[in-house]
Design a protein. Structure first.
Length: 241
């Protein structure tokens, strides 16, 4: 508990989590509000449309989580941390836990805030959460944000540089996973097994031909993240701070 309290204090005494919180919630809820205000089509607004901004919020969470660890390497404060806590794995796991919990809370607020904003602003639209799939699409955002934050921390530990870690994360999510599908013959098959494509299946409505169902897709995403985290912790234990 002492390690968690220490990492919480370290996290919230920097500006990036506060700015990230404002930006993540502002983007997600703001876009949902715009969708609700501008929707005037013949078809009612769908629950999926209200969650349009959560993908942009996810990008902010990835940046925030990566910065939580790379800034310590940048300013060499990680050395003081490891001197005070010789067990590097315990120290980094405490940091990862705090960042993941914050990301999970932000994900839930962003998702339910977006749903509420769209429900209030959209007219003649029933956005009631009546099925298990409806709840998964909204409440599941917090789980995705939390796991994604762990992945970003792992990448930050491996890369150690803020610009490098952020570039790897954003280019992978926004570019690489979309371009893989363009590879002739095997691209579509490979793409089905990419981690953030699995996230889309979990938060969306995977068709009958999907390789994994929603919850299996989330488990796969968590498994990939766990492998990255183990590799990162192993690297941190062996490399000089």
């Amino acid at each position: 508990m002492t390690l968690l309290a220490t990492e919480r204090i370290k996290l919230f005494t920097t500006r990036s989590p506060w700015w990230s919180t404002v930006l993540a919630l502002g983007v997600t809820v703001g876009l949902a509000t715009m969708v609700g205000l501008t929707h005037d089509g013949p078809r009612p607004l769908t629950l999926t449309q209200t969650q349009f901004g959560t993908q942009f919020g996810l990008m902010v969470i990835l940046v925030m989580a990566a910065l939580a660890v790379t800034t310590e390497y940048r300013f060499a404060t990680i050395r003081a941390t490891f001197q005070a806590i010789p067990n590097r794995t315990a120290a980094l796991l405490a940091k990862t836990t705090v960042v993941a919990l914050l990301a999970t809370v932000l994900g839930e607020i962003a998702a339910f805030g977006s749903w509420a904003a769209a429900k209030i602003t959209a007219t003649n639209t029933d956005l009631a959460l009546t099925t298990a799939d409806d709840w998964r699409r909204v409440a599941g955002t917090g789980l995705v944000y939390g796991i994604a934050a762990v992945m970003a921390v792992a990448v930050g530990i491996l890369v150690r540089q803020s610009a490098g870690a952020i570039s790897v994360l954003l280019i992978w999510v926004m570019l690489v996973e979309n371009l893989v599908g363009l590879i002739p013959r095997v691209g579509a098959d490979i793409q089905e097994w990419l981690p953030f494509i699995a996230v889309q299946r979990f938060l969306g409505n995977p068709g009958p031909d999907a390789v994994l169902g929603p919850w299996a897709s989330l488990a796969y995403f968590a498994g990939v993240t766990a492998v990255l985290l183990v590799a990162a912790l192993g690297s941190a234990a062996k490399r000089d701070a």
